[in-house]
Design a binder for this molecule. Structure first.
Ligand SMILES: Cc1cc2nc3c(=O)[nH]c(=O)nc-3n(C[C@H](O)[C@H](O)[C@H](O)COP(=O)(O)OP(=O)(O)OC[C@H]3O[C@@H](n4cnc5c(N)ncnc54)[C@H](O)[C@@H]3O)c2cc1C
Length: 413
């Protein structure tokens, strides 16, 4: 008998599933979906709230990945449940890349685009922006294929698990490229706030990590021009002489290579290596996206109350994400600064801290990461295209087969 998934990856959220189905083929999946009354697809279980919860789970792990290079190497298609690690291993054989990765390659592609998962980089859209085609088994068990440019395509990519089972994803590719990663330490708060745009522009993908102490912390620079020499210091932060983990005291072995060594995009754009535990494992996460023009003021507002929550934060990270046209993307028509928190695994205390941070960010038009912990709901009305998304859901899933209380409360109410 198939084991029923009980918790998310970090064991911070407990699912209420009473059954779990694991189809072996698309045909079997289609007939299962057609006859079921209620279903929830589970990806790699890396979300931190009830977005993936339900009565009956569908896990696609027995279905083939079948990666295929398309459009003369300009695109790749692969099963939705493939991880970015699976994708990168396949692309390596073809000397191809995708434009960016999240902090870890362990997450499923369909689950990541569901929640507008992102990496960093002033010019880099979130991971969903690379999607150029989708194959979805809709509530009636039929197969829907759609590509960029089709009506409603921009509403289907950040899908929140609400539209059906994403069985295949087509992604834009580019020639494989090299990246070097360097960590700078000792960045002061004033240096960060006064030079935020310049700091975030020092590389292809830049992250600022802070433990909310007296100094802001570290700058991680991922450069896609590895032959271009990096500065010895960035606004007073100096090059680390040894490899670092974002969380102080955690073994840096789990982190991708640093110290300026050049390597393949897929070995540097994530912070954490495939095959190793990402982050800490014993944690809860939250994240808030604010428009870029509010970035420094938003950081300052949260930093000013840091003494009220710093004891719960293992680390926090500031990244930048470029605007897009995807209806339920927090980057819909706005560049953002994204403020992430890795908390200790204490749900009650974290929820209190999250409310304080939401209050501090209230003047700055902040939108939460769909897959992490937040308290302000409903959120759907904050998205200009929500009415179109509701119509789309009504068309593809009129009986709410893929819905759950989280979707109804947070998105559709
Ligand atoms: C250690 C760690 C690091 C992280 N780093 C980042 C980061 O750098 N950037 C960032 O933005 N986020 C990050 N996240 C959050 C994570 O990327 C998101 O929560 C993402 O949604 C996880 O994908 P998943 O496959 O685990 O989805 P799940 O949590 O399993 O599911 C999320 C949603 O997707 C739906 N879904 C999944 N697969 C399918 C499918 N095939 N068809 C239809 N619906 C589906 C589910 O029903 C659910 O609604 C991180 C999380 C962890 C634990």
């Amino acid at each position: 008998m198939t084991q029923i998934p009980r918790t998310n990856w970090s064991k911070s959220y407990h699912y209420g599933f009473r059954d779990c189905l694991m189809p072996f083929s698309r045909e079997e999946l289609q007939s299962t979906v057609a006859t079921a009354s209620r279903l929830k697809v589970l990806g790699s279980r890396h979300s931190f709230n009830a977005i993936a919860d339900g009565d009956v789970a569908i896990v696609l792990g027995h279905m083939p990945l079948d990666p295929v290079i398309e459009a003369d190497g300009g695109q790749v298609s692969i099963a939705g449940h493939a991880t970015y690690g699976d994708l990168a291993a396949f692309l390596a054989n073809h000397k191809l890349a995708v434009h960016n990765l999240a902090s870890l390659p362990h997450i499923s592609i369909a689950g990541a685009i569901a929640t507008a998962t992102h990496g960093s980089g002033d010019g880099n859209g979130n991971l969903a922006t690379a999607v150029s085609g989708l194959e979805i088994v809709t509530a009636d068990g039929k197969l829907l294929t759609t590509k960029r440019g089709d009506p409603d395509f921009d509403g289907m990519v950040v899908h929140l698990g609400a539209l059906g089972v994403v069985t295949r994803v087509t992604l834009d590719t580019q020639p494989a490229f090299e990246v070097s990663q360097s960590v700078y330490e000792g960045l002061g708060w004033a240096a960060l706030l006064d030079n935020l745009d310049a700091i975030m522009a020092t590389g292809y993908s830049v992250s600022v990590f802070t433990a909310w102490g007296d100094t802001a912390g570290q700058v991680w620079v991922k450069s896609a021009e590895p032959s271009k020499p990096l500065p010895d210091e960035i606004f007073g932060a100096t090059l680390a002489a040894v490899k670092r983990h974002p969380i102080s005291g955690v073994d840096p072995e789990n982190a991708t290579d640093q110290l300026g060594a050049r390597g393949l995009w897929s070995d540097r754009l994530s912070h954490f290596k495939m095959g190793f535990t990402p982050s800490n494992g014993d944690e809860i996460q939250s994240e808030f996206h604010v428009p870029r023009h509010h970035a420094a003021a938003a950081i300052e507002a949260v930093a000013s109350i840091r003494k009220s929550f710093a004891h719960l934060a293992q680390v926090a990270e500031f990244r930048t994400v470029a605007a897009d046209a995807l209806w339920l993307s927090p980057q819909y028509k706005r560049d953002t600064l994204s403020m992430h928190f890795t908390w200790v695994r204490d749900q009650v205390a974290v929820e209190t801290a999250v409310r304080l941070i939401e209050d501090a960010l209230a003047p700055f038009d902040a939108l939460p990461h769909w897959g992490k912990v937040f308290s302000r709901t409903p959120m759907g009305g904050r998205y200009p295209m929500i009415a179109r998304f509701k119509q789309l859901r009504e068309r593809l899933d009129p009986s709410g087969k893929f819905s759950n209380p989280w979707l109804e409360d947070v998105v559709f109410s």
